[in-house]
Design a protein around this ligand. Structure first.
Ligand SMILES: O=C1O[C@H](COP(=O)(O)O)[C@@H](O)[C@H](O)[C@H]1O
Length: 231
């Protein structure tokens, strides 16, 4: 299931979404003393990150991670971790903890196993998941073109994370699996621009998640994905 929330501008969307995220984090902290959130990378969330970083919250009780990361060094422009560090983990939000997905040089089976265990012991299930979406309907790094998409979308997959090698986008990736992300208490899809609106409409009007992985979230019977969109 999903709900579509249209905003008149990206600035308005960023302000409203930041207020909503802080309210959900505050509630999680009130309920259980801490909160976890996975954000997405790419070009869409920079304004949201800046807005969030200036907001009052017990950030020291919040752990932030990424829904997916490109396996690149921190100094690369393609690093989602760098994007989060430069825009979200600043100002008041600098007090938050960050769960790193890119650890070490190589994404080996051992690295993946260690990260899986650490993620399950610390941040999963997530209180909040902020997804993005590519023009091909990929979300996190669950790419329709990749060999790993079957495992990535398998609802019974016991691994929280997997290594992905997309054929239509650069860089090896590490991504949370659909099975682990679908346990999130609140799922938000953050989209900007007319073309993303067309892509999400196509996703809404079809069923095959292997063609468009975002469909797994939009059509899941027990998820209520909130789509935040602005032109
Ligand atoms: O590669 C990625 O792309 C998607 C969408 O990015 P955008 O630039 O179109 O906003 C993003 O959600 C994902 O985290 C990222 O690794």
């Amino acid at each position: 299931m999903y709900q579509f929330k249209e905003h008149s501008s990206r600035n308005e969307l960023d302000n409203r979404l930041a207020i909503e995220i802080v309210a959900l984090l505050e509630q999680a902290i009130k309920d259980k003393g801490s909160a976890s959130i996975a954000v997405s990378g790419g070009s869409t969330p920079k304004g949201l990150f800046k807005q969030l970083s200036s907001m009052d919250l017990a950030w020291n009780k919040v752990t932030i991670t990424l829904a997916d990361e490109r396996w690149v060094n921190l100094d690369s422009d393609a690093s989602n971790t760098r994007l989060v560090h430069e825009n979200l983990l600043q100002d008041k939000a600098a007090a938050a903890k960050f769960f790193h997905l890119k650890q070490g040089d190589q994404l080996t089976a051992e690295t993946l196993a260690d990260l899986n265990l650490a993620a399950k012991n610390t941040i999963l299930p997530l209180d909040i998941l902020i997804l993005g979406m590519g023009e091909d309907g990929h979300t996190a790094s669950l790419f329709p073109c990749s060999e790993q998409i079957k495992d990535g979308l398998d609802p019974e997959n016991e691994s929280a994370l997997l290594s992905v090698e997309p054929t239509t986008a650069p860089h090896q990736r590490i991504s949370f699996t659909f099975a682990s992300l679908a346990l999130s208490k609140n799922v938000i899809l953050h989209l900007c621009g007319e073309s993303k609106q067309q892509v999400v409409n196509k996703a809404i009007n079809g069923k095959d998640s292997f063609e468009m992985p975002i469909r797994a979230f939009l059509h899941h019977p027990s998820l209520n994905t909130q789509i935040y969109w602005a032109p």
